[in-house]
Ligand binder design. Structure first.
Ligand code: CP
Length: 317
């Protein structure tokens, strides 16, 4: 079976295929019916070992809109709390004959480990500091729509200047987005305090900055990330007030970027720390709620494409 464990495992044409497949679901989700029976009879298990609002709900909505039976397993109320291992949990889910398993886990590589143990496709809903592939795909779909509305639509992002600023070290969103955006031709700058920048990240084809004002100069897209305090292990980082001063996206700072620069944030946001409300809610420029809308369509596309083998339908392009 084919899994979705990371953008790093996808070819460029497969990224573009998933984005184009999502368009039909964007259109369906904007109708009043919002439903098809494409995946009727299939069982999808969402196994979340870490908290989530957007990813869990959108995978659940995506599966239900495609007509599948969707079951959610929350680690906090599962036998994980009684000491059951990740592998034993995976074997248990497999024995229930799930047709797809969606996993969020705090350990990098956990999704790949489970994918090797089960008979159905596994979709990574975020694993530690490794990857969050559906986030990168929904971000790409959001950008495509926003650029198309401005008459700058193209299949890929050749030459587009994107800044990703925040806790790059701990961010699976940053990693998946770097892989996705560079595969689609964008020029990516990353910006973080030195303690929150992974060593050797230049090898991913990005430009490294520690001064946000420098990184913003000429930017067409500004993607902000929160500080992941739950993953910190003694790194020296500024206080929230200092952080906002140095790395927060304020209206004044956004003015350094291109005049029509687009603002993105995967959520959850810490308003007044990495992003000011004035910017997060900026009509016509902030894509944050659009990102959430696109999340449902992308997850519908991923569930459809990855279960095609089970359904005996022609698979990837
Ligand atoms: N962007 C994102 O993954 O949000 P959640 O943690 O709420 O799923």
């Amino acid at each position: 079976h084919r899994d979705l464990t990371g953008i790093g495992k996808l070819a460029r044409h497969e990224i573009l295929y998933l984005l184009s497949e999502a368009e039909q679901w964007v259109a369906l989700n904007r109708t009043s019916a919002k439903h098809t029976d494409l995946l009727a009879g299939l069982t999808i298990i969402n196994a979340f070992f870490e908290n989530s609002t957007r990813t869990l709900l959108s995978f659940e909505i995506a599966g239900k809109r495609l007509g599948a039976d969707v079951v959610n397993m929350h680690a906090a109320t599962s036998s994980v709390k009684k000491g059951e291992t990740l592998i034993d949990t995976a074997i248990t889910l497999n024995a229930m004959r799930a047709d797809a398993i969606v996993i969020r886990h705090g350990s990098s590589g956990a999704t790949g480990l489970i994918a090797d143990k089960v008979d159905c496709p596994v979709l990574n809903a975020g694993d530690g500091q490794h990857e969050h592939p559906t986030q990168a795909l929904l971000d790409a779909l959001t950008l495509r729509h926003a650029l198309a509305e401005r008459g700058e639509g193209a299949e890929d992002f050749t030459g587009l200047n994107v800044v990703i600023c925040g806790d790059i070290l701990h961010s699976r969103v940053a990693r998946s987005n770097i892989l996705c955006l560079t595969a689609m031709g964008a020029k990516v700058r990353v910006c973080a305090p030195p303690a929150l920048m992974p060593a050797g990240i230049e090898a991913m084809g990005v430009e490294v900055h520690h001064r946000f004002d420098d990184a913003l100069d000429g930017a067409e897209v500004v993607m902000m990330l929160r500080l992941q305090s739950e993953r910190m292990s003694g790194q020296f980082i500024p206080s929230p007030r200092e952080y906002r001063h140095l790395y927060g996206l304020t209206a004044k700072r956004l003015a350094i970027a291109r005049p029509d620069a687009l603002v993105m944030h995967p959520g959850p946001m810490n308003r007044g720390v990495e992003i000011d409300s004035e910017v997060a809610d900026l009509a016509g420029r902030s894509l944050i709620t659009r990102q959430v809308e696109m999340g449902v369509a992308i997850r519908m596309a991923c569930l459809d494409v990855l279960t095609r083998e089970t359904r005996g339908v022609e698979g990837w392009a």
